[in-house]
Write a protein of this length. Structure first.
Length: 132
């Protein structure tokens, strides 16, 4: 489960930033997760609650999803894509092998499968709030 590894990285990064900024207690960590990362939010939340460092002991983790924005390489059309529009078996295939997305997702304007993902991948620590 990559949610646990991701939670470990978030806790480590947030703890390191808190130390660098001289924070004794972190109150809130805002995390932005790309919709295409395939993260199970409930598992990530549970992992974060179990892996807290001392400085993050009472921190609230707020997870926000970043919408997937695509751009067609054929016609330059940009659109927001949602995995919820896919059949469950197709969504699962894309989750495990993201490269097959071009087989199932097409530009809504011209029908081309040649697109790039502009937004919706990655994980970011947006803000860390705490007390010195």
């Amino acid at each position: 489960m990559h949610e646990w590894a991701l939670a470990e990285a978030i806790v480590a990064a947030a703890s390191q930033i808190a130390k660098k900024e001289g924070l004794k207690k972190v109150k809130e960590v805002k995390i932005r997760v790309g919709e295409l990362q395939g993260i199970e939010q409930e598992i990530l939340e549970f992992a974060l609650s179990q892996l807290r460092s001392e400085v993050l002991k009472n921190a609230e983790f707020n997870i926000e999803k970043a919408k997937a924005k695509m751009k067609c390489r054929a016609c330059d059309h940009q659109w927001y894509f949602s995995k919820e529009t896919l059949d469950a078996s197709i969504a699962e295939a894309i989750h495990f092998v993201p490269e097959v997305a071009h087989t199932y997702i097409k530009c809504p304007k011209c029908g081309s499968p040649d697109f790039e993902v502009l937004e919706g991948r990655g994980v970011w620590l947006e803000t860390i709030k705490g007390a010195k």
